[in-house]
Write a protein that binds this ligand. Structure first.
Ligand SMILES: *Cc1c(COP(=O)(O)O)cnc(C)c1O
Length: 408
């Protein structure tokens, strides 16, 4: 049988686990402890055999979601966490140690950017680079470099990292290549095509889709050779070496740090994920239509959207992504007040968050990039009057009409 399509695989994923009563969704297992008739069963789970002992590490429901995420990401093994930030921070804290060096994109989700300061205070060296420029990434390499971290499309300016070249570089230098695939999701971008080691995703966005659940995931692509990685503890250097990284993140991170997802949440995200392709197609089409409309509008100075030929990485986006994403930002011309515009929009909600079914917008400088200050904003290419929109699944004409009346 030929390889199935993205949605076909997802909607049949649960039921292929041979669920009781022919259920098509994995049931929600709320139990925290798991008991065994023969104590050997409990011992086996503690010793690393498949199974569940305590819900901080896994439940049958989070396991089913992990199985689904792994299929979506084309990966080798996946873990889910309480939020995207829990997934990201746990990955850093379990794979890096004091004295290590991390090369990281300068164009980062605000809270991830804030984490970099925390890691520095723990003695991890960080070099922030323009990740759209492979030469800057290469030049940052030091003897103690262990990892490179980038996002696919950065928010809010929509820069696209040199994903392929960084993959080649990490492979040659034996560096762990971590890609935050939240803005593209596994539907738009198969990160295994660019030699990623670990894919991190905020499931709260396009995967869950409905603004009703927080979650995060880490998927190991199976492409990195953990035998070459010095920070794997000796206790985890056993069995299938492709599992060493994810096992350490699970034990030292999920188990010890405790940022676990509940079964209730896993169920919500699992159901939401079934329509991701349908939602994202509509969202991306809406975003492109709106970007083209705004680019022509006399009150708009600049539109940031990878689907416009004016975008500096338009060619990269076209080559690597199925569509151009659903985040777009814009600057108004001088003298126009972006807050006034936002208050005039009727359908669009003034809210943070992205990947929701509803179109959401916010003024960037005083909100998500407020804490960083003017200097950092300027370095990141964020103007003081920038508006960021996360485009939803509304009917295209309604969305265009709303912006048209608000800009009039
Ligand atoms: C939202 C987001 C995160 C954090 O995810 P949460 O689920 O909100 O914790 C990380 N990276 C990117 C690119 C995001 O958009």
């Amino acid at each position: 049988m030929s390889e199935q399509g993205f949605t076909t695989k997802i909607v049949h994923s649960d039921r292929l686990l041979n669920l009781e009563y022919g259920a098509v969704h994995a049931p929600i297992h709320n139990s925290v402890p798991y008991g065994f008739d023969d104590v050997q069963g409990l011992i086996d789970v503690f010793q690393g055999q498949p199974g569940h002992a305590y819900a901080r590490q896994s439940t049958p429901t989070t396991d089913a979601l992990q199985h689904k995420i792994c299929q979506m990401d084309n990966g080798y093994a996946s873990l889910v966490f309480a939020s995207g930030m829990a997934a990201i921070v746990t990955t850093f804290l379990t794979l890096l140690k004091s004295g290590d060096h991390l090369i990281c994109s300068r164009f980062l989700f605000g809270n991830t950017n804030s984490v970099m300061g925390t890691l520095q205070s723990y003695g991890i060296e960080i070099t922030l680079v323009d990740a759209t420029n492979i030469d800057e990434v290469k030049a940052a390499k030091q003897a103690n470099t262990r990892m490179v971290f980038v996002e696919t499309i950065a928010n809010p300016v929509t820069q696209i990292s040199a994903l392929e070249e960084i993959g080649e570089f990490c492979e040659t230098e034996k560096l762990v290549y971590v890609i935050d695939n939240t803005l593209t999701s596994s539907f738009l971008f198969d990160a295994t095509k660019v030699k990623v080691s670990l894919i991190v995703t905020s499931l709260s966005k396009y995967v869950a889709g409905h603004g009703n659940a927080l979650g995060g995931s880490v998927t190991d692509s199976g492409l990195f050779d953990w035998q070459t990685y010095p920070n794997i503890f000796s206790g985890y250097r056993k069995g299938d070496s492709k599992m060493w990284g994810i096992n350490q993140i699970k034990k030292k991170g999920l188990r010890d740090m405790g940022g676990c997802m509940s079964s209730q949440t896993a169920h919500l995200i699992s159901v939401g994920s079934e329509t991701m392709e349908l939602r994202m197609e509509r969202q991306c089409n809406n975003a492109l239509a709106l970007a083209e409309f705004l680019e022509q509008h006399p009150k708009v100075a600049k539109v940031y959207y990878p689907g416009l030929e004016s975008h500096p990485q338009y060619d990269v986006a076209k080559r690597l992504f199925k569509k151009f994403g659903a985040i777009l930002s814009f600057d108004l011309i001088e003298g126009e007040d972006c807050c006034e515009l936002l208050n005039k929009l009727n359908i669009v909600i003034n809210a943070t968050h992205l990947g929701d079914n509803r179109t959401l917008a916010l003024p960037v400088a005083p909100t998500i990039y407020g804490e960083m200050g003017l200097e950092v904003r300027q370095k990141m290419g964020i103007s003081e009057t920038m508006v960021r929109c996360s485009i939803g699944i509304e009917n295209t004409e309604d969305l265009l009409a709303d912006f048209k009346q608000a800009l009039a």
